[in-house]
Design a binder for this molecule. Sequence first.
Ligand code: TRP
Length: 447
Amino acid sequence: MSTRVLTGITTTGTPHLGNYAGAIRPAIQASRQPGIDGFYFMADYHALIKCDDPARVARSRLELAATWLAAGLDTERVTFYRQSDIPEIPELCWLLTCVTAKGLMNRAHAYKASVDQNAAKGVDPDDGITMGLFSYPILMAADILLFNAHKVPVGRDQIQHLEMARDIAQRFNHLYGREYFVLPEVVIEEEVATLPGLDGRKMSKSYNNTIPLFEGGAAALRAAVMRIVTDSRQPGEPKDAEASHLYTLYRAFSTPAESAAFRAQLEEGLGWGDAKQALCERIERDLAPMRERYQDLIANPGRIEEILQAGAQKARKLATPFIAELREAVGLRTLGAAQATGKAARKSGKSARFVSFRDDDGRFRFRLLAADGQELLRSAGFDNPKEAGALMQRLQAGAADSLRADGLAYAAVLDGEPVAHGPAAADAAQRDALIEQTRQALAALGG
Ligand code: TRP
């Protein structure tokens, strides 16, 4: 069974070394593993929460897309898209907003930090806080739950948001009576570098201590590296490698053997100027070929747009049927169908039903149960719940033609493939009766 891994990056700034080593590089490496179904997106709706400068949001989307592609993301293999190209995300966000306790959002760290800052300033607690900031975790939950991601690699600051996504998913599943959503797991990769910025604090656009990845070319990279804060030890004096951000940065771009050699040089007294030079050269070895691809892409935004449109299409293939199922779940249904189902149910006084579940292997299956609970069909296992959901809908819609006898048992066959099996009967007559009962149950469900 493949594992769906999903992560997004907010498009508010120019990608820096920290974004690359901490998020983009590990995501690309993971996406090359067998059995990984990668979903990578640009969180541009989230960007609007933090940034009201349209030019900056627009530029950041372009730069970030070009960065993912230049860094080697294989968009044939993964699904790569912009959040704002998937209208099902805000639609799901609303469905989730309606089941999310306000109290849960009150506890969000980012919101609480803003309230605390306001308190410290002596202004109104909600000063400058938008509903976007307050509901930020719900939009993030929608990003994740829409695609039923199993694993979500993020930085430590996002752990609480993942917990909230699980809470919200559970609440929805519970209210609407089945496991619509997979509960996503947070992945904090210990191996992955959290890079220090120029001043030694975590590299972050909010601290203004970043080293640009591609923008400004090799010169800008070099200029930033030269500004890394070091201690005052002179050339010839032994340096404490472990305590130096320079060494941490070097390690993030080199093999264990290379970093051991660099460390030995520092301990032998390599001057900081030469150390910075060595760091630049090491980083450049990795980045120079990517930067060329980056510049080529930035010069051809139309090409990036095409790739993103194709990615959105791929993502929506899953999102569109799933949101239809969720709308149905909450009662946003086509009126004709609702009436017919109601009528059929009234006539028999009780009704057959589909139930879906996840088996021990983690595969998604469904069962069709008769009104009295007897199993009429049990599906094959599917890798994702939407596949199972779509087949349920097709069986419901085109019921009459799908059932085939199979020895003393029977199967529901779609596109020539058996997708679900009925129980074995004692004899052919009993089998035919079961087939007829199944046909009627499906017809009643389909209205
Ligand atoms: N909130 C994340 C951040 O700031 C970005 C993000 C938005 C995200 N939606 C997501 C990350 C969904 C993972 C999954 O880093």
